[in-house]
Ligand binder design. Sequence first.
Ligand code: SF4
Length: 495
Amino acid sequence: VSGSSLTKSRYLAGLQCSKRLWFEVHEPEESAEADPALEALFERGRRVGEEARERVPGGVLIEGPPRSREERLEATQAALEAGAKVLYEASFEVGGVFVAVDLLERRREGWRLTEVKAALDVKEEHLDDVAVQLFVARRAGLDVRRVEVMHLDRRCRFPRLERLFVREDVSEEAERRARRVGRELGRQRRTLAGARPEVEVGPHCREPRECPFLERCHPPAQQDDLTVLYRLSSKKLAALRRRGYESVTELPDEFELSALQRRQVESLRRRRLVVDPGLGAALAALEEPIAYLDFETVAPAIPAWRGCAPYEAVPVQWSCHVRDGRAQRHYEHLAEPGADPREPLVLALLAATRDARIVLAYHASFEKACLTALARALPQHARELRVLSRRLVDLLPIVRDHVYHPAFAGSFSIKDVLPALVRDSGYADLEVRDGATASALLERLLLSPAEFTSVATRKLRRDLASYCERDTLAMVTLLERLRDLASGLDSHRAR
Ligand code: SF4
């Protein structure tokens, strides 16, 4: 292992799991296809970093890649020797460990080292992050006297962005952890020099960050794995595993189960769809005209619209199918960049849903939260939005409490339920196929429109519209299928 194979991010990976560190160095992931949600995360970090620098102005920026590490180290040295008072991304390497410091300020009493985070609080991993920076910067000869984490302030409200950040003094904790860095680095080097370590999977695979090698260590769960049982407590799961059970189908008859879990067991044993006789009554309450509604939101780290806090979710798009008997119409709205998106969105929504007796959503607490947030932001429409909110009905619990198919694999998300119940349905033919990607793209479309050419913008808007439309069309298809199932028009045979 070359001496320079450790960096700050690898050090943090190694603290999470030795095997993760080993994979990152010896068997890294092939570069996967572009992931808009991940790109959005980087872009968010970059923008928050820029905002932070504006609050500590006049510094020397040590440019990152494509500049080589050597160039960055030299530029840092040159800036220090020239007496720079503030450095952005100052780079140091000691004993083969490379770090770049977000903000480095020369104060009368000594250097102040600051890590900028697009988070709302100081987290455990931030403290390890600054500790390794402190360790390396000190060894590089810097007299660091104070260590801070500069993070977003949840009390900030747009447009008062002068309160966007808080700076927390974490010197004491950073010092304490820095004392352990040397030993930990030695341990990590030994790990890297050896064979792949054996590490059991556990909560550390998702904390403090989801490990990128999850699929290598976790074999895909079988449809009848005990974990698919709805709300099975981890205590009961552990007890069953201790008694040697692995599959839902092996459970003894006397094992206590909820009605829903019993339906799951029956479905998995018979390997077919199981429908509760109460489904018809539950569906009878869904009187037409029905508006099938779905929102998409963005939650920018740096708030962009009046009254918004960092990471506040703002609805910027919706799709709505309105059905009355055989008549069906589709309405949609997608915000334009620039102005506050909320009022035009609400006006169009109120018009589209005016005649609906009920407003159907899947996992309706999300739509309810959107309507509540809109009512708060737009008091002039609050009354109508509250009336709309009272008409909301959730389709998810109707499915969950009456239907189970082995292919649900324990999930009642519409993206798992629909393809199991309706052949050739789903999202595979779309460019945008999940909510996280849609949200990431919406944020860039609305807040960084200059990134896209007009052709790319038009395509992106079409892709986003198709995705949101599919979400409400999925509910229309699902409800039709549920009605068929309730009226016995189906053989109930699993695919
Ligand atoms: S999935 Fe878990 S055990 Fe496997 S490398 Fe990642 S953190 Fe370690």
